[in-house]
Write a protein that binds this ligand. Structure first.
Ligand SMILES: Nc1ncnc2c1ncn2[C@@H]1O[C@H](COP(=O)(O)OP(=O)(O)OP(=O)(O)O)[C@@H](O)[C@H]1O
Ligand SMILES: O=C(O)C1=C[C@@H](O)[C@@H](O)[C@H](O)C1
Ligand SMILES: [Mg+2]
Length: 163
């Protein structure tokens, strides 16, 4: 199964919980990319730019999307047309949905260096990005879970009950 959603949606955290509960492997595409590039994502963005990161991210989705287990994607994975095509063809794509205020609060309480996209934007710009991406998450998802009022364990339990 593949988890999608905006930054702070809980993809990485919930994938780890699901992996333990279901005893299946999990792969976080951001972490796999970091292993390969050997630097924080924000350094990679500064050095090579977003376009090059998106190409790399596409290569990693291609490599992992069909592997059995749980895959957590980066928040911008759906920016790439070819990635959206892959996700639309894949079953068990789970969209962790939250309103912008919840996500913004979570991102602000988390390590900002992990998220160059958030670090370099004002709140208004980040909200505009969220609004733009909503339709992409929705059209790629097999299932959607509203996570505003759920903790990560509850989100994981909900997914297990659903699939
Ligand atoms: N449902 C939730 N309730 C409370 N806190 C949450 C929830 N989901 C995630 N968080 C918290 O929000 C922060 C971001 O979570 P996480 O890194 O799993 O998000 P992500 O979707 O993987 O983001 P990114 O796209 O940037 O990789 C973490 O501190 C996590 O504990
Ligand atoms: O929303 C985004 O565009 C991103 C989210 C992160 O998971 C990372 O993949 C990277 O920081 C880009
Ligand atoms: Mg993540």
């Amino acid at each position: 199964m593949i988890l999608i959603g905006f930054m702070g949606a809980g993809k990485t955290t919930v994938a780890q919980t699901l992996s333990k509960s279901l005893n299946i492997p999990c792969y976080d595409l951001d972490k796999e990319i970091i292993k390969k590039i050997q630097m924080p994502l924000s350094d990679y963005f500064d050095k090579y730019g977003e376009t090059q990161f998106r190409q790399l991210e596409h290569q990693f989705l291609l490599k992992y999307y069909s592997i059995p287990g749980v895959i957590s994607t980066g928040g911008g994975c759906i920016e790439n047309y070819a990635n959206r095509a892959i996700l639309k063809e894949t079953s068990n794509v789970i969209y962790l949905k939250s309103n912008f205020e919840t996500l913004h609060h979570r991102i602000n309480n988390d390590k900002m260096s992990l998220r160059p996209i958030a670090k370099n934007r004002t709140t208004e710009e980040l909200k505009a990005l969220y609004m733009k991406r909503l339709i992409y998450y929705e059209t790629c998802a097999t299932y959607t879970i509203d996570t505003d009022t759920l903790n990560t364990q509850e989100v994981s339990d909900r997914i297990i009950a659903m699939i």
